[in-house]
Write a protein of this length. Structure first.
Length: 108
């Protein structure tokens, strides 16, 4: 096998989505939800057990999911805009798609 290039017929088709980004976005959402839920916890007792102290330590840093979520979302929006530009379609179609994706939940 000396530098043989794979045939384009043998390569799997390129995915339109990055499934790993969906996973990371889900992790970010869960950390934000856990952080908000932990704000309703009672203050820790002075004699708290070590598992409780560890859980409280991690919950104190759940705010880190917010910047992660915004970075991933920004990338997804930029990738969508890039695809629209590469197709040569009008920017109006990009904004129409964004509008149709974002605003219907507000209407309900």
């Amino acid at each position: 096998m000396t530098g043989a290039q794979p045939n384009s017929d043998t390569l799997p088709p390129r995915a339109r989505r990055y499934e790993s980004l969906d996973i990371w976005r889900g992790v970010a959402c869960l950390t934000v939800a856990a952080g908000h839920a932990s704000s309703y916890m009672a203050p820790a007792a002075a004699d708290a057990s070590w598992p409780e102290r560890i859980i409280r330590f991690f919950l104190a840093y759940c705010w880190g999911g917010v910047p992660l979520f915004f970075v991933i979302s920004g990338y997804c929006i930029a990738a969508s805009a890039d695809i629209t530009a590469r197709k040569g379609t009008a920017s109006f179609s990009f904004f129409r798609k964004r509008f149709r994706r974002i605003f219907p939940p507000y209407w309900f």
